[in-house]
Design a protein around this ligand. Structure first.
Ligand code: PGA
Length: 262
């Protein structure tokens, strides 16, 4: 796992955008991006959009995208559904059409098979090149709450009250936050070729330390990252504050050979 302690949210956004653009440049005809919603990736998404508008970005003409998760129970087209959110925050501004942006299908009639169908879509696309991830204050990854199987695949999950409260800021009231979601499993996430975890703000410090330096356990779902061969963690100063080996991680990053990307 490569942990890169940075100072600011802006640095996290710039490096994250570099990693995503490098993945698109590496496979211009077939790149597959795994997208996360939530507040953390937004500065990186804005940076990608800024570069695209400035015509310094790679072409997104052939890029396909898969979201990590989706709420169950919102009407189709609801502004807080993750399908609509990711279109608004990233894929529409990058000119990636909706038919190349996939998300788990929360329509009531197909819920029982939605996970299996999403897994099949991921396999058919050739898997994800780079998966962007945030981390919950409780260590959740996508909507895999504490206790989730480390081998889980896409399926329906029930949110914890804490996560519903955390997400209530996007809804008129707590009662409007759905209880159920479809989420890629931890085993699904492990299949992506490169995992890019972004963590910003003091509220993530304890969860990040547990994920990176604590034991591998379902009580901290993000600790499953320890099993993956290619993980990059970009953290700002407050989020990195709980890492006991923070200075060493920074030394490793500063001493990286110029030829070795993230
Ligand atoms: P946030 O959510 O980026 O809005 O903090 C992260 C998460 O819950 O996974």
């Amino acid at each position: 796992m490569e942990v890169v302690p940075l100072d600011t949210v802006e640095e996290v956004a710039r490096l994250a955008a570099d990693v995503i653009e490098a993945a698109v440049r590496a496979r211009p005809d077939s790149a597959v991006l795994g997208l996360a919603t939530g507040s953390t990736p937004l500065p990186a998404y804005r940076e990608l959009i800024r570069r695209h508008a400035a015509r310094s970005a790679p072409s997104y003409d052939a890029v396909r995208c898969f979201t990590l998760d989706e709420y169950v129970g919102l009407p189709a087209g609801h502004p807080q559904s993750y399908r609509v959110t990711i279109a608004r925050e990233l894929t529409d501004p990058l000119g990636i059409p909706p038919d190349r942006v996939h998300s788990p299908d929360p329509s009531p009639a197909g819920l029982a098979s939605a996970g299996e169908r999403y897994e099949a879509d991921l396999v058919a696309a050739g898997g994800i090149d780079v998966q962007i991830l945030g981390i919950g204050g409780d260590g959740h990854l996508a909507f895999n709450e504490p206790g989730s199987s480390l081998a889980s695949l896409t399926r329906i999950k029930t949110l914890t009250e804490q996560t519903r409260r955390d997400n209530a800021r996007f809804f008129p009231s707590l009662a409007d936050v759905p209880r159920h979601v479809l989420t890629q499993g931890l085993g699904t996430i492990l299949r992506a070729r490169h995992l890019l975890l972004l963590a910003t703000g003091a509220g993530k410090a304890a969860a990040l330390a547990a994920a990176v330096e604590g034991p591998l356990c379902a009580a901290c779902p993000a600790s499953v990252l320890q099993l993956h061969p290619h993980v990059t963690v970009l953290a700002d100063g407050p989020a990195a504050a709980g890492l006991s080996r923070r200075e060493h991680y920074r030394e490793v990053y500063d001493a990286k050979p110029a030829w070795q990307g993230l």
